[in-house]
Design a protein around this ligand. Structure first.
Ligand code: PMP
Length: 355
């Protein structure tokens, strides 16, 4: 959905590579993360300072092939190696559907998916994923498991002003970000982790060294350029501010979706509080990247199936540890697709609206 913005930026984001550029595995001998391009490091820090959504001073930055690779690297780095049993990995339902898949995919002896954090009662160490705002339901979250043996991974993929109010700069031990959701450049596969502890950052770097010997330099340098333009757009009054632009697109989509949902009286949508945003210096509502729809029908209502019959592709609540009555719908599709989605949703009628 951000294509139109980037098209308007014309050649501002162009970068060129000669045949003899960027051949080496190494990028920055001085950095703990030896394959991190210094230009990317600089632009990541600059953008967080401009947006005020995370503290970067005294943090190590680890770059990954998307934050998906960093999720795996963080699991590896936070899992104890001296235990007989794999460490339990939890997240509160509804949780991002990749966490169980990523945790158990290679059946590692280090970590094991243990489901909903709210019902987790085992004593001993555990890892909790906290996604804030959450995928799929857009809610701002905090850890839910009590106990001091938890290691927390904050997935802050959506902690950007177009989705939610920036209420304070985040300063957790391990924080994951991705260019995919910040600027829309998911295809570049660039994510970064801000890590407080040196040993954890070293282990995450080692994981990426073993799995891919670093991260594509072309992708890193393109990402650096894109982030540079985003920061410039926030600071230069002559440019169109990327976050203002994307926030107004999201706000318009959410307004139209809420109207359709109200008219057809068949679904319930999550409500969000108004909060003061440090970036926009105003009160604003959340505009999550996904709509979490609940069918008003009974417990047995299979919302995904029902919407499929109306040619609307969704992901069932089941995939997020929730139930059949819920579905997740992307709010980030292209304009044409979003308009068709709303048109199709309009044709669904609730019991009191049947005519
Ligand atoms: N975390 C969350 C919460 C996400 O929703 C996504 C993408 N759907 C990711 C991580 C992965 O992002 P990336 O493209 O950087 O791998």
């Amino acid at each position: 959905m951000y294509e139109s913005y980037w098209r308007k930026m014309g050649n501002k984001c162009d970068i060129t590579f000669n045949g003899d550029d960027s051949l080496s595995y190494f990028a920055n001998g001085k950095s703990l993360c030896w394959f991190l391009e210094s230009k990317l490091e600089e632009q990541i820090k600059r953008l967080h300072n401009v947006v005020e959504n995370a503290i970067v001073d005294d943090y190590y930055i680890v770059v990954g092939t998307g934050s998906s690779q960093l999720m795996q690297a963080a699991l590896y780095a936070l899992s104890p190696t001296d235990q007989l049993e794999p460490i339990s990995v939890v997240s509160a339902t509804p949780f991002y559907s990749s966490y169980p898949e990523v945790t158990d995919f290679v059946k590692s002896g280090l970590h094991k998916w243990a489901g909903d954090a709210r019902t987790f009662e085992k004593n001993g160490p555990f890892i909790e994923f906290i996604t804030s705002p959450n995928n799929p339901d857009g809610v701002v979250r905090e850890p839910v498991v009590n106990g001091n043996q938890g290691k927390l991974i904050y997935d802050l993929a959506y902690y950007w002003p177009q989705y939610t109010a920036i209420t304070s700069p985040a300063n957790h031990d391990v924080m994951l970000f991705t260019i995919s959701k910040c600027t829309g450049h998911a295809g570049s596969r660039i994510g970064w982790a801000l890590v407080k502890d040196k040993e954890v950052a070293k282990k995450m770097t080692k994981f990426i060294e073993i799995s891919t010997i670093g991260v594509s330099k072309e992708a890193q340098l393109r990402a650096a350029k894109i982030l540079e333009v985003v920061s410039d757009s926030c600071l230069d009054p002559k440019m169109e501010n990327f976050f203002e632009y994307s926030q107004s697109l999201m706000s318009d989509r959410w307004k139209r979706l809420r109207q359709v949902v109200m008219d057809n009286n068949f679904f319930v949508l999550q409500k969000y509080p108004f909060q003061y945003c440090l970036f926009t210096k105003d009160f604003c509502e959340s505009h999550p990247a996904f709509a979490w729809l609940i069918c008003k029908g009974g417990e047995e209502e299979d919302c995904q199936k029902l919407l499929k019959e109306h040619k609307i592709h969704t992901r069932s609540g089941r995939r997020f540890g929730s139930d059949l009555r819920n579905v997740r719908i992307s709010m980030l599709s292209r304009d044409e697709d979003f308009n068709i989605f709303l048109k199709r949703l309009t044709t669904i009628r609730g019991p009191t609206n049947e005519n």
